[in-house]
Write a protein that binds this ligand. Sequence first.
Ligand SMILES: Nc1ncnc2c1ncn2[C@@H]1O[C@H](COP(=O)(O)OP(=O)(O)O)[C@@H](O)[C@H]1O
Ligand SMILES: [Mg+2]
Length: 359
Amino acid sequence: MPEAKHEVLVLYGGRSTEHEVSCRSANFILRNLDPKRFDVKAIGIDKEGSWWPQDTAKLLAAVPGPVAIVRQASGPVPPGSLGFQAAASPPVVFPVLHGSFGEDGTMQGLLELSGVPFVGPDTLGSAIGMDKVVSKRLAQAAGVPVVPWLDVRAQHWTKRGEALCARALTELGLPLFVKPARLGSSVGVSKVKTAAELIPACIEALAFDDRIMIEKGLNVREIEVACLGDYDPALSVPGEVIAHADFYSYDAKYLDAAGSSVQVPAHLESSQVKVAQQMARQVFVGLELYGMARVDLFLEKGSGDFYFNEVNTIPGFTEISQYPQLWAASGVDAQVLLTRLVDLALQRHLTKRSLRRSK
Ligand SMILES: Nc1ncnc2c1ncn2[C@@H]1O[C@H](COP(=O)(O)OP(=O)(O)O)[C@@H](O)[C@H]1O
Ligand SMILES: [Mg+2]
C-alpha cells in the first residue's frame, strides 16, 4: 500500500512590505513540493491580514509568476483558525511569509500555540533573526565580527536624534547606512554620503520601524551562505550578489532586471569559503536558528575581512532568489530541499510533543 501523503499547508502573501515577494516565493514552493509525498494546500493572506483558502489546483494551473490571492465567495477564514491541536497528524505549515507578521516570530508563536509543525526557525529564533540589532549583538557574543553601528528608538529620536547623528558622523564617518532594525528587502534603507542627508534618512527609516540603526558604510562584496538542518546545519557553497546600483536596493533586488546579478558559487579562495561557512554556522547556532536561514556576510574589499550583516530566516524563494540557487549549486535540488525542510519541521514537532508537561 502506498504511504499516505502528508498535508503541507503553504501560507503566503501576508501583511508586510514584502507581500509581493512572498507571492513570488509561493510559486516556487507550490511547484516544487514533491506531489508524491505531499498533499499541498494553500492559504493566501491579504495585505489587510485576512486568510483566504485557495484552490491549489487552480494556482498551479496559472502561468508561473506571483501567486494570486483569490477571494472566495465563502469569505475568509478567521486568522490562525488552524485548530489542529487534537489531530494525530496535523499538516506541516510552510509559512512563506517574509518580514513582519510572517518571519518575525509572531506567526511562529501562533503556529506553536496551534500545535502544528512548521518550517523554519521557532518563535525565538525568528524574532531574533528579524531584529538586526539583537542579531548583531548575539553574533558579536558568538565571536563573529559585525560592522560598527548606533541604534535609536523612535521614542528617543526627538530628544537624542540630533546628538546621535552628530556622534555617528564623528565615530563612524561617511558614508553611512541607515536602516530600519526589523525590515527587509532594503525597504527604508538609505546610503548617506553627506552629513546633510543623515537626518532625512533617519526620518525615512523611522517611518517603517520604531527602531533604526546607523551603520558605518563599507566598500564590500556581498556573500551569502545558505544553512539547512537542525541545530548543527549543513552549509551551502557561498554565493555573491553584485549590485550594479549604488547598493543592493529594493529596485535592484526586485524591479530592475539589470540592477543586480548573482554569482553562484562566489569567486572566492578556498580559505575564504571556509571562513564564510564557519561564520554562517556560528551565526546559525548563536542566533538559536533551526531549519533554514540565509546568512548574509560582507567581505570588505580593502582588508579582505568578513563581517556578519544579517540573517533571513524565511529567505526568498523567487526565481532569482539565492537560497534555492545556493542549494542547487551544492547538489541539493529544489524538491529534495523542500522535503528536507518539511522533515525538519516534523522532527522538531515530535521532539517538542514528547516533552513532559507535568512533573
Ligand atoms: N554597512 C554597510 N556597508 C555597505 N553596504 C551596506 C551596509 N549596510 C547595508 N548595505 C547595503 O544595503 C543593502 C540592504 O541592507 P541590509 O542590511 O541587507 O537590509 P535588508 O534586510 O533590507 O536586506 C545591503 O544588501 C547592502 O547593499
Ligand atoms: Mg539584506
